[in-house]
Design a protein around this ligand. Structure first.
Ligand code: FRU
Length: 536
């Protein structure tokens, strides 16, 4: 009995210490951490889970007015652990409603990344009452198999829902794609209905290539082809592919795009996403001959040059009338994701983006545009007239102006003087700063978080300035920027160059300026908005 009391006292004291260590703004109710969404470093207009660990976006589909977003989730800790699928829905891609966990680990394994589709024709036979079932396709990761040093512990399985994704039943015939080849990295299935060949196509990652499988009913799958060993960057494991058709903007031409995340090997270190443009004939993916020279083995065309946009894929079943190819990524990097300084939760998603394929002077390129629904968050608009900037131009001298939740659209004249270096700087009274800019000497955009606050948690976090080539040849350089407490998303020149980076100032950034380090820079016009929080 005495022993029991001692044990209970230790547990109580332990939880008291734990409570005190938790964020001061995270409420405690009966020992459960309640998220308030005003904790330090908490994004205000990005999706983040109420609490605990999140990584990749999963299973995104649109159905009956709701954009579904599932995510890799570990409900017991703020670091990665046995994976579940968390679930959230949005009617406008902006405000998110939290729903209960959708998929739990089971005897076949943990629930790793994957996708979901609306089975409109009920090809699977799982439909009820004339309603199409929703099918989730995911990787089962079998811990026992991994511990036993087997190589076949990852395989693809399915689950179905008859109530708009609220509850799920795992298929009794799982796995639907067994790992007969004994490939350790054999995961992240993304499924799409191919109208031309009238079949479901599954693309998934197998270490250094992707595999394509086909099916008529989502339950029985046949191998179609392998692709990728000889192309692109291979400095890390290939993960989370996405293969989809897309019409080239302004032409009627149809191409297929393969998004391919890899870790490590990203353009500025750690996790990153490359892409390939080509064709698909119902069996094989082939590169477009004009695109091929850019992605010879060891070379890549990157979706985002920042370090914090990983494992991103696109929504399934977006209505044809809408026509957008909508994307979201995980706003972190495996180099430091598990140790970033947040307490109640870990990680957020990027802003949702629309991917547009354009034919440029350099061939086919994806442009990423923030979805226009985000405009509904705009408040406190401020117009900046054309001006020549020498030194700095402070944008914050206005009551009620929040410099940690901002959207900016700034058009600069391309500097004639080749040594001009300019950009936007966030700073606070502690002298911490974050800069995103353009350097005319190198024709590179850059993101500099090397003095942005808390850097101590990882040597890999801010060891260098991140750079990105400018693709556009336009005489006007457009900066479209979103700052959300602890993140920057930069869409340059209409989204032809993108940088997504996170940072952790030790107090809020309270000032925002345009700076120019050498020479003057001409601002042609500018607009700045404070953005409302989506959590109020
Ligand atoms: C990518 C990834 C996937 C895997 C998941 C596990 O970040 O490693 O390949 O399915 O995370 O959580």
């Amino acid at each position: 009995m005495n022993n029991l009391l001692t044990i209970l006292t230790i547990i109580c004291l332990g939880s008291l210490v734990y409570c005190c260590q938790e964020s001061t703004s995270a409420l405690q109710t009966n020992g459960v951490t309640m998220a308030t969404y005003d904790e330090p470093n908490r994004p205000q207009f990005h999706f983040s889970p109420k609490e605990k660990w999140m990584n990749d976006p999963n299973g995104m589909f649109y159905y009956e007015g709701e954009y579904h977003l599932f995510y890799q989730y570990y409900p017991d800790s703020t670091v990665w652990g046995p994976m579940h699928w968390g679930h959230t829905v949005s009617k406008d891609l902006t405000h998110w409603e939290h729903l209960p966990i959708a998929l739990y680990p089971d005897s076949l394994g943990l629930i790793f990344s994957g996708s979901a589709v609306v089975d409109w024709k009920n090809t699977s036979g799982f439909g009820q009452n004339g309603q199409p079932p929703i099918i989730a396709i995911f990787t089962h990761h079998n811990m026992a198999g991994e511990k036993a040093r087997r190589n076949d512990f990852q395989y693809q399985s399915i689950a179905y829902s008859n109530d708009k994704g609220r509850t799920w039943t795992k298929y009794e015939g799982n796995p639907v794609v067994p790992n007969t080849e004994n490939i350790r990295d054999f995961r992240d299935p993304k499924v799409i209905w191919d109208e031309a060949s009238e079949q479901w196509i599954m693309v998934f990652a197998a270490f250094d290539h992707v595999k394509l499988w086909g099916s008529e009913d989502l339950k029985n799958w046949q191998f179609l082809s392998d692709w990728g060993k000889d192309y692109g960057v291979h400095d890390g494991v290939w993960e989370c592919p996405d293969l989809f058709p897309i019409t080239v903007e302004g032409t009627g031409e149809k191409k297929w795009v393969l998004l391919q995340s890899l870790n490590p090997g990203g353009p500025n270190g750690g996790s990153g996403t490359q892409y390939f443009v080509g064709n698909f004939d119902g069996k094989k993916f082939t590169l477009d001959p004009d695109f091929e020279p850019f992605v010879k083995k060891g070379n890549a065309v990157w979706l985002d040059f920042g370090r914090d946009n990983y494992a991103g894929v696109t929504w399934s079943d977006v209505p044809k009338e809408d026509g957008r190819r909508l994307f979201i990524g995980w706003m972190s990097n495996w180099d430091y994701a598990t140790i970033v300084p947040t307490e109640a939760w870990r990680s957020a998603m990027t802003l949702p983006r629309s991917l547009v394929l354009k034919k440029t002077d350099q061939g086919y390129r994806i442009f990423s545009e923030p979805v226009q629904e985000l405009e509904t968050l705009r408040a406190g608009a401020k117009k900046i007239n054309a001006t020549e900037i020498v030194g700095t131009l402070d944008l914050t001298q206005q009551p009620g102006f929040s410099s940690s939740q901002l959207e900016l659209v700034l058009d600069f004249q391309l500097p004639e003087n080749a040594t001009t270096d300019f950009g936007v700087e966030l700073s606070n009274e502690k002298g911490e700063r974050y800069r995103i800019g353009y350097d005319a000497a190198t024709n590179l955009f850059y993101s500099d978080r090397t003095q942005s606050g808390d850097l101590a948690f990882s040597e890999k976090f801010a060891s260098k300035v991140h750079t990105a080539p400018r693709l556009s040849k336009d005489k006007t350089v457009r900066f479209h920027l979103f700052f959300d407490v602890a993140s920057a998303e930069f869409f340059a020149d209409g989204g032809s160059t993108v940088i997504t980076d996170i940072f952790f100032p030790s107090e809020y950034f309270s000032s925002v300026k345009i700076y120019t380090d050498n020479n003057t820079v001409k601002l042609l016009n500018g607009q700045v908005w404070t953005l409302n929080s989506i959590w109020n």
